[in-house]
Each structure stands twice: as structure tokens, then as C-alpha cells.
Design a protein around this ligand. Structure first.
Ligand SMILES: Nc1nc2c([nH]c(=O)n2[C@H]2C[C@H](O)[C@@H](COP(=O)(O)OP(=O)(O)OP(=O)(O)O)O2)c(=O)[nH]1
Ligand SMILES: [Mg+2]
Length: 141
């Protein structure tokens, strides 16, 4: 019989992630805090989906709380499952295609607009590689 450790049933955290693109093709990124999981890495803003929320609702709430924008339109971009060992995440990434307000770090986090071609200069969590790849391929194609 197969031996299963409790690790096998480690619970995943569902995370709503927003790729926000400006009209001139730049992407808005933030830096995670020193005491957060994946500390000091750059990220696309977002956060955990709470009980009773849809991913779209969670994304709208997180982007309001973290960077002060109101999402008016978003569409599915990709979904990534990643096991960090200490934490297993499911990133549900949405392309934010409409928003009002000007994004800025409301929680003291550094943030900036970055051209798609320069995204690889930033240290993102390991799970994010396929996001950057997809954005850059689309750019070239
Ligand atoms: N927001 C975001 N999270 C990411 C990205 N890539 C990645 O692996 N993650 C991981 C890091 C965390 O384990 C998890 C997101 O959780 P979080 O800590 O930001 O959640 P939250 O905003 O609800 O924050 P908190 O209340 O727990 O502080 O997803 C990304 O690009 N953006
Ligand atoms: Mg967050």
C-alpha cells in the first residue's frame, strides 16, 4: 500500500493575480515585503481569494486595497500551480484590461511600471516564470 505523509494533502492557496498593462505596453509590478512569503521578490499585485469570493471579486478587492485602482474589465490570462515546499499556490492570473485610478503602492511597497521586454530584469517568485514568458512571447509574436 502506498504510504502517504500528511504532506501529500498539503492544502493549496488560491491567489488572484492581476497583470495590469498600460496603454503604452508597460506592466505594473510591486515588491513584496521583507516579512511576507517570497520576501522581497517582485510580483504582480494580488492576493488570496477569501471564502465566498470569486477570483474576479478577490482581484478587484486586492487591487483596490494594495494599489488603489478600481478594476472595470479583466479576462483570464493563465493559471499556474506551484509547490514552494513550505506553501503550495494556485495562481489565477487575470489580465486587467480596464481600470480607473492610477496604481500606486498603498501599503508602503515599492512599485513601478516596467516595459514588457524588461520584466526579466526583475526577481519574481519561481511560479511567475511562465507569466513573464507568455507576456514576452506575445510581445514578439
Ligand atoms: N500577489 C502575488 N502573489 C504571488 C505571485 N507569485 C507568487 O508565487 N505569489 C504567491 C506568494 C504568496 O504565497 C501568495 C500570495 O499571497 P499574499 O501573501 O500576497 O496574499 P495577500 O495579498 O492576501 O496577503 P496577506 O494578507 O497574506 O499578507 O502567492 C504574484 O505574482 N503575485
Ligand atoms: Mg498580496
Amino acid at each position: 500500500m502506498m504510504k502517504m505523509s500528511t504532506e501529500t494533502f498539503k492544502k493549496s492557496v488560491l491567489v488572484a493575480v492581476g497583470v495590469i498593462e498600460s496603454t503604452d505596453g508597460e506592466i505594473f509590478i510591486c515588491r513584496r515585503g521583507a516579512s511576507q512569503h517570497q520576501a522581497n521578490k517582485w510580483e504582480f499585485p494580488g492576493g488570496k481569494v477569501e471564502a465566498g469570493e470569486t477570483v474576479a471579486q478577490a482581484l478587484a478587492r486586492e487591487l483596490q486595497e494594495e494599489i488603489g485602482i478600481r478594476v472595470t474589465d479583466c479576462r483570464p490570462f493563465m493559471r499556474i500551480e506551484h509547490d514552494y515546499g513550505d506553501k503550495q499556490v494556485i495562481l489565477d492570473i487575470r489580465k486587467v484590461t480596464g481600470f480607473s485610478g492610477e496604481p500606486h503602492g498603498l501599503e508602503g511597497q515599492p512599485s513601478r511600471w516596467v516595459p514588457i521586454a524588461k520584466l526579466h530584469d526583475y526577481d519574481f517568485p519561481a511560479a511567475n516564470s511562465p507569466i513573464v514568458d507568455k507576456l514576452q512571447n506575445k510581445c514578439e509574436g
